[in-house]
Design a protein. Sequence first.
Length: 191
Amino acid sequence: MQGFPTELPLHGIGDVAAFALFSTAIQSRSAKLGDVHALAHMDPPPLGIAARLVGLNAEFNQNMLHREVSPFATEVEVRVIDWLGPLFGMRCGHFCSGSTLANLTALWRAREAGAQCVIASADAHISVAKAAHILGMPFRAVAVDVHGRLNRTQLGDVKEAAVVLTAGTTGRGVIDALEPVACRWVLIRPL
């Protein structure tokens, strides 16, 4: 990493120099996901407005912990959830910073409502098994069928389970059959 010290410096180089150093490195050494020759995988090409909004959000440090420190962001979250919730048969919710935290949150809620274990396909995102482990819930990976979808014939008894269906696996982009499963808690995890 040219220009970056190999050891922790005792003195800083200042905001302007540090920004120039990082800006040059990021612009020259990052994957260009918006390039016409780039094929998106998990990270889609960024939109210019999204990058500007992330910067604006960072500038005002909209921490969603308390309404007092993020009054506008809190109002926006409520409004968007009011718009989207009914589309998924939900009355409430909140935004998460990514799939790992979203899976942990959803499975925590299922555990608090009585789910005893977590079941997902063997191709489900690794964060599903991690969340189950963090929550102290047994996790069972179910084999996939010839199409890469969760093999429903292998589900077994799901009455006390939180079943995770994946709408786009990380490795292959496969979508599990999203028809209801005969259990009380179903988490549909989008890519």
